[in-house]
Design a binder for this molecule. Structure first.
Ligand code: FCB
Length: 465
C-alpha cells in the first residue's frame, strides 16, 4: 500500500510538481518591492519626447458615418444598448472646434508632442472622394501645433473607419486594404511635410479581439477564425502603407510605425499548471502573433479547437522605423473546463484596482518594453494612463509607471518618448463617458477643462526632464 502511495507521489512530482516548480522559478510574474524603491530616482535622455495622446472618435465629436456612429444606435440580442448606459458619442470634447484651446492646455503641461488620429470617415465620405475642407482642418491643426512648438504624430486608423468600408467587409477581405492605402496616401500628400511620426494602425489585436472574438466593438462578431484572418490582414495593411509612404515624396524623411498594446496575460495561480498553459496560449495569440510577424515575417494565430492560422508576411520585419507601445496593465487566466469561463480575463485581487478592469501594474511596463525590444526598433510609448474618476491614484500611477520607463532606459532599452493617455477625459468606446483617463477633467455640460491634482505629477516630471 505504502509503495503505491509513494509511486503515486513520485509520478505526481514528475509530471506536475517538478515542471510547475521549474516554471515558478524561471517564469515568475514579476513584482517589485516598492518600499525599497526611490520614485524620485528617475532620469530621461536629453531629447526624450514628452507628449499626450488622443483619438479622433473619442474627442472630436460630430462623427455620423463611421462604424462607431452606427454601433451606438444598435442594440444587442437582449435589446441592451451597445454603449454603456445607452450613451452616444455626440460632440465628445468638441475638440474639432476647440483644438486651439486644447493646444494651450498641452503647452501648460510642457509637452512637445501630440499623438492624435485623423478621421477617415470625415476625410473620405465616399470611397476615393476626399473632402478638402476636412483635410484643410487637419492641415490647420498641424500648423497650430507646430507654431506652438508641439510636434504632431498621426495615427491613421484608431478603431474607426467609414461605414462604407465596414459595409464592404472592412479588413475581413484582403482586397479592401486598397481603400486604406488610398486614404493613407491622401493624408500623407496633405500632411507629410508637417508630420514626422506616423502610426499606421492602433492596437490591431485589441481591436480584432473586441470586434471579432468577443464582439463588444463593431461589427460585434464572435468568430475566432475570422478574427485571425482580420488580424493578419491588418498587419498586411500596415506593411503596405509603410511601403506606400516610403515610395512617396518625403517618405524617406518620416518615421512610420505600428502601435502595439503589450497587455500581458498571466496565470492567476502560479502553482496551477493549467492556468499557466492557458495564459501562455492566450498570450501567444495576443502578443506572440505580433512579435513573430514583425521579427520573422511569420504570422501565427492558434487556439486549440478554435483557430489555427499561419501565414507569411515576409516584409513585415522591414516595415518599421519605430514601434509604438501602449501599456496599461496585465490580466490573469483562471483555468476552467467551460471555455467561456476559461477565456474570461480577471484582475489580480491583491493589486490596486483602477476604474477599469485593469490593476496598477507598473512592473508590467518594464516587461512590455523588454518584450517589444526584440523587434530591435526604437520604442515610442504612444499610450499609458489610468481611469481614475476620483483622482485618488493618478499621481502614484504616473510616478510608478514613469519609474519603470526610466529604469528600462537605464538598463539600455531604446525608449525615445512617452505619450500620456489622455490629454482630457473622453468617450471610452463601449464604456461611454464614465472612464476618466484625462489629465484634464472635462465637464461635458460646459466643455470646461480643469487640470486634475494627480496630473500635476506629470507636469512636474515633464518640466524637470
Ligand atoms: C487603448 C485605446 C485607447 C483608449 C485606451 C484607454 O486600448 O487605444 O483608445 O481607449 O485604451
Amino acid at each position: 500500500m505504502y509503495k503505491r502511495v509513494i509511486q503515486f507521489l513520485a509520478v505526481l512530482a514528475l509530471i506536475y510538481l517538478i515542471p510547475t516548480a521549474y516554471l515558478n522559478y524561471t517564469e515568475q510574474v514579476e513584482h517589485w518591492d516598492w518600499d525599497e524603491i526611490d520614485l524620485n530616482d528617475i532620469s530621461f535622455p536629453e531629447n526624450f519626447i514628452w507628449g499626450v495622446s488622443s483619438a479622433a472618435h473619442q474627442v472630436e465629436g460630430y462623427h455620423t458615418s463611421n462604424n462607431w456612429a452606427d454601433w451606438e444606435n444598435q442594440v444587442d440580442e437582449n435589446r441592451n444598448p451597445r454603449i454603456a448606459r445607452g450613451e452616444k458619442c455626440g460632440i465628445a470634447c468638441d475638440h474639432w472646434n476647440r483644438y486651439p484651446e486644447d493646444i494651450k492646455l498641452m503647452q501648460d503641461l510642457g509637452v512637445k508632442s501630440y499623438r492624435f488620429s485623423v478621421s477617415w470617415s470625415k476625410i473620405m465620405p465616399e470611397p476615393g472622394v476626399v473632402n478638402h475642407a476636412v483635410m484643410s482642418h487637419y492641415i490647420a491643426m498641424c500648423d497650430s501645433l507646430l507654431a506652438a512648438g508641439i510636434e504632431p504624430m498621426i495615427t491613421l486608423h484608431h478603431f474607426c473607419h467609414p461605414m462604407w468600408f465596414e459595409e464592404m467587409g472592412a479588413f475581413e477581405k484582403e482586397e479592401n486594404i486598397e481603400h486604406f492605402l488610398r486614404f493613407a496616401s491622401e493624408v500623407f500628400i496633405a500632411l507629410g511635410s508637417r508630420v514626422n511620426y506616423w502610426c499606421t494602425l492602433n492596437e490591431p489585436a485589441v481591436f480584432v479581439i473586441a470586434a471579432y472574438f468577443d464582439g463588444h466593438f463593431p461589427p460585434g462578431k464572435q468568430d475566432p477564425e475570422l478574427a485571425a484572418e482580420v488580424l493578419k490582414n491588418m498587419y498586411l495593411a500596415h506593411v503596405k502603407v509603410y511601403e506606400r509612404i516610403k515610395s512617396m515624396e518625403g517618405g524617406d524623411r518620416v518615421h512610420v510605425g505600428i502601435v502595439k498594446n503589450m497587455h500581458q496575460i498571466d496565470p492567476m495561480n502560479d502553482w496551477n499548471l493549467f492556468d499557466r498553459l492557458l495564459s501562455r496560449t492566450v498570450n501567444k495569440g495576443f502578443n506572440g502573433s505580433f512579435i513573430s510577424t514583425f521579427t520573422k515575417g511569420v504570422y501565427k494565430f492558434r487556439f486549440p479547437t478554435l483557430v489555427d492560422l499561419e501565414a507569411e508576411i515576409p516584409n513585415a520585419p522591414y516595415s518599421l522605423d519605430f514601434v509604438g507601445l501602449n501599456y496599461y496593465s496585465h490580466n490573469a487566466m483562471d483555468f476552467s473546463l467551460n471555455l467561456d469561463e476559461a477565456l474570461k480575463t480577471r484582475m489580480y485581487p491583491d493589486e490596486t484596482p483602477t476604474d477599469m478592469d485593469y490593476t496598477m501594474y507598473p512592473e508590467g511596463f518594464y516587461r512590455a518594453i523588454k518584450e517589444i525590444s526584440v523587434l530591435n526598433q526604437p520604442i515610442i510609448i504612444t499610450e499609458n494612463g489610468v481611469a481614475d474618476a476620483d483622482d485618488d491614484i493618478r499621481g502614484e500611477f504616473i510616478k510608478k509607471y514613469l519609474y519603470a520607463v526610466s529604469k528600462a532606459i537605464k538598463d539600455g532599452y531604446d525608449v525615445r518618448g512617452y505619450h500620456y493617455w489622455s490629454l482630457m477625459d473622453n468617450f471610452e468606446w463601449d464604456l461611454g463617458y464614465d472612464e476618466r483617463f484625462g489629465l484634464y477633467e472635462v465637464d461635458f455640460e460646459t466643455q470646461k477643462r480643469t487640470l486634475r491634482e494627480g496630473s500635476k505629477e506629470y507636469q512636474r516630471i515633464v518640466k524637470a526632464n
